[in-house]
Design a protein around this ligand. Structure first.
Ligand code: MGD
Ligand code: MGD
Ligand code: MO
Length: 762
């Protein structure tokens, strides 16, 4: 049965439930971090690594993309950053003996958690066609195999080159260069499933797909709205920034179907009050929105602002924006309170309280993450947030702006380096000029299109620079079957995961260095660079000895692969790039705006900020040359009788598909992941008791159904009509075609489901 914990897996899911917590971090977070770290790394290594995270001469935390503050604490880490580091710096190893002992058919029966717990990959390994065991292979032979399959393709567009957002700028730049010299723009990345909706919405409206605030802007804001984000778990260092903002007088509105503990109260482990006292209350107003109701909420706030005398920044609108009249007419016409209340699940009084705070604020920032980006109508939702900020001139001045909070630690940088299936013509022109080849101009596959191409036999080689493609993507059964049709699957990875055991006819696993490890090349010790969520670029240097002597760095893997595949056809100095990454940065400096003098600028402690026209000059490089208001119709999910709207989200003990443990401490869940959180009144109406077991069945508009069996029902204070369960166990439920308009991001936060309670056991 789909999604069921494999019978042979020794790790058993047996959820125990207590009441959710109302504050985050504090001493328990430190204790938990140290316990996980010591289990994986031992005492000495724990001290060595945790003191180096996010220091100016250390490595960038592989956890999230939240920026580093100017004044760093001796231990600038958080519980989940520590877990991310421990996961990589673990002393456990997956060796060729491991693969000899475990056939692929056996590994395919294990949970993702078990696979990840086995440790770091030590050798390149190869699964020949028809074989059931990976065997050790030399790097030369591995590159030969890839070259064989790539050169046998009818067209370069039959190859797909996926990237997960941990890849450094240097590796990403080489990787896209290789793909394009080979002849394809098939460069899907995790961003397609993540903040693509933000990029699409912002590029059209403000002319650049990135956030417009820096860390110091948060400290200057009067009002910070956090919508669709759970920073207590996913960006814990953001809580310190929110605390500092509150100390400076800011107010916070949280918009979320769930009351998330981290947004309620923060116990800062760096302060005595945080460690011993009650900590700081963060949220001033909690709007418990229904899933998918944010566009309606912001549209109504916008209408109310328009109706308030003197609330609109007319000077800004006249000078800097386009499309105001059309937008204002649409917003003024949306006077149906009943529809707003149905879409949002809020009361009129709550919305009016929010309006009051909005009108009292001269500097407003809106932060958001997956709660806004993974819906069918995500792009218009984020554009409504932009309308909201433009109305009061809240873009392009201190203490105000848009703040999409990115996920993977270098996902924003990878996009800047050209990891994109729809590259801008100016970027391709610059590549062409610098490297003297004609890059392909046709758009490539994003994640969803890549899966369709594999399914339909239009793509035959799948290469992944990190990540866990089959677990992170939607429609698990469809995707796994699609990947199995490939001629060859290749994964550059640090740790074992499910994508290594759901393979094409032939498969390779290429083990690579992690962030924490020393990277020594012929030209001496190297460092790499990354870009955080706020467009700050800085260096990252690993200090630990590599997990094995057989690892290659990501830039070295790409450079060697390119030499082997492209041979004499390429005039690019791949060998030089591998020897000395500064030579890669020299090229980045000549191709990508904002990176002039890259090597000099990155030597500065703390790095440098990339230019951002709306933030820096209040200019908007859009088609109209102004910031664009938009006037999309308001949408929200309509639920058939007896159904729930399911969002798929992260527990406190996971990093995307990497499971650290089976607890979700703040939500009161222990020792299990197959839980579904349901509002108690909905549960009563549906007749499902707390503690009972149910299947989740998703219903798609084409009449197909998808099932995830065996979830424990947890009565939980989520918004009415809404439910929540963890990803990736629930990815089986997400139809491949259920994506956001324009961005094509899987709509994994809004699935119509019904519960099918299990028959009581005899
Ligand atoms: N420890 C840890 N850190 C991580 C990650 C991790 O897995 N573990 N993942 C990284 C990555 S790649 C990313 S993208 C980020 C993800 O960071 P988040 O976006 O915080 O991650 P999710 O768990 O998906 O949480 C989504 C939040 O949105 C809310 N939500 C769901 N639907 C709606 C809606 O319709 N409207 C509103 N207003 N809210 C909604 C949910 O209740 C939840 O609080 O975190 C990054 N950091
Ligand atoms: N249902 C549902 N699906 C979702 C989401 C959701 O909220 N709900 N969120 C989506 C989002 S926001 C994202 S970003 C994607 C994540 O999609 P991915 O980025 O593909 O997935 P991860 O789980 O982050 O990848 C983990 C793997 O990366 C490898 N790895 C770790 N460190 C390194 C390294 O330094 N180098 C290399 N080469 N490999 C490394 C390890 O082998 C590890 O197993 O999932 C998406 N899928
Ligand atoms: Mo993400």
């Amino acid at each position: 049965m789909a999604g069921k914990p494999p019978a042979s897996d020794p790790i058993q899911d047996a959820p125990e439930v207590t009441a959710p917590e109302h504050s985050a971090v504090g001493l328990p977070a430190i204790k938990h971090a140290l316990r996980v770290s010591r289990q994986q790394m031992g005492v000495r290594r724990t001290a060595l690594t945790l003191l180096r995270v996010n220091q100016k001469d250390g490595f960038d935390c592989p956890g999230c993309a939240w920026p580093e503050p100017e004044h760093r604490h001796a231990a600038e880490f958080c519980e989940n950053g520590a877990k991310a580091v421990a996961e990589e710096a673990t002393l456990r190893r997956v060796t060729p003996e491991f693969f000899a002992a475990h056939p692929v058919s056996d590994l395919a029966d294990r949970s993702g958690y078990w696979l990840g717990q086995q440790g770091r990959l030590t050798h390149p390994v190869y699964l020949p066609e028809g074989a059931d065991r990976y065997e050790p292979v030399s790097w030369e032979r591995a590159f030969d195999i890839i070259a064989e399959e790539l050169t046998a393709l009818d067209s370069p567009d039959e190859a797909v080159f996926y990237t997960s957002g941990r890849t450094s700028n240097e590796a990403a730049f080489l990787y896209q260069l290789f793909a394009r010299e080979f002849g394809t723009n098939n460069l899907p990345d995790c961003s397609n499933m993540c903040h693509e909706s933000s990029g699409s919405a912002l590029t059209e409206t403000i002319g650049i797909g990135k956030g417009s605030v820096l860390l110091e802007d948060l400290y200057k804001a009067d009002l910070i709205i956090v919508a669709g984000q759970n920073p207590g778990t996913n960006h814990p260092r953001m809580l310190s920034a929110l605390e500092q903002a509150k100390n400076g007088g800011a107010k916070i509105i949280s918009i979320n179907p769930l009351p998330e503990a981290g947004l309620e109260r923060f116990k800062n482990p760096q302060t005595p009050r945080g460690l011993a006292g009650r900590g700081t209350a963060l949220t001033d107003l909690f709007l418990q929105v229904r899933i998918g109701g944010d566009q309606a909420l912001f549209r109504t706030l916008n209408r109310l602002i328009l109706e308030t005398e003197g609330a609109v920044d007319t000077a800004f609108i006249e000078e800097h924006t386009h499309g105001f009249e059309e937008f204002a007419a649409a917003a003024r016409a949306d006077t149906d309170w009943e529809a707003t209340l149905a879409a949002t699940g809020l009361t009129r009084a709550e919305i009016e309280r929010a309006l009051k705070m909005v009108l009292e604020s001269r500097r407003t920032i809106v932060c958001w993450a997956m709660g806004l980006t993974q819906h069918k109508h995500s792009v218009p939702t984020i554009q409504e947030v932009v309308n909201f900020l433009l109305l009061r001139g809240n873009i392009g001045r201190p203490g105000a702006g848009v703040c999409p909070v990115r996920g993977h630690s270098n996902v924003q940088g990878d996009r800047t380096m050209g990891i994109f299936e729809r590259p801008a013509p100016a970027f391709l022109d610059a590549l062409e000029k610098e490297f003297g080849f004609a890059p392909p101009r046709e758009h490539g596959f994003d994640v969803v299109r890549a899966i369709r191409a594999l399914r339909d036999g239009d793509a035959k080689v799948f290469f992944a620079m990190g990540g866990n493609f089959v677990s992170a993507t939607p429609d698990t059964e469809v995707t796994e079957a699609a990947v199995r049709r490939a001629r060859l699957t290749v994964h550059v990875s640090t740790k074992l995961n499910r994508s290594h055991v759901v393979t094409g006819a032939r498969a390779l696993i290429l083990p690579t260095l992690g962030r924490t490890e020393r990277d020594v090349q012929a030209g001496g010790e190297q460092f790499v660079t990354v870009e955080d969520s706020m467009g700050m670029v800085h260096a990252s240097r690993g200090r630990l000895a590599p997990a094995s002597a057989h690892l290659l760095s990501e830039p070295a893997i790409v450079a060697r692969l390119a030499r082997r595949v492209l041979g004499e056809d390429s005039a690019t100095p791949w060998e030089e790039f591998e020897k000395d990454y500064a030579t890669i940065r020299d090229r980045i400096a000549r191709v990508i705006p904002g990176f002039e003098d890259f090597n000099t600028k990155v030597a500065r402690p703390g790095g440098f900020a990339l230019p951002h026209a709306p933030r820096d000059q209040r200019t908007f490089p859009t088609a109209t040359g102004k910031a664009n208001f938009t006037a999309a119709p308001v949408e929200y999910p309509h639920l058939p009788e007896g159904r729930l709207l399911l969002q798929t989200l992260r527990s406190h003990d996971q990093y995307n598909t990497t499971i650290y443990g089976l607890d979700d401490r703040y939500r009161g869940i222990k020792n299990g992941r197959r839980v579904v959180l349901v509002n108690p009144e909905d549960a009563r109406a549906l007749g499902v008791a707390d503690g009972s077991y149910t299947d989740l069945v998703s219903e798609w508009k084409d009449g197909t159904e998808r099932r995830a069996p065996g979830f424990r029902v947890v009565h939980y204070p989520t918004a009415r009509g809404c439910a929540a369960a963890y990803y990736p166990e629930t990815n089986v439920l997400v139809p491949l075609d259920h994506t956001a308009d324009t961005s094509n991001t899987p709509a994994s936060k809004s699935l119509v489901i019904r519960l099918e309670p299990a028959a009581p056991e005899a």
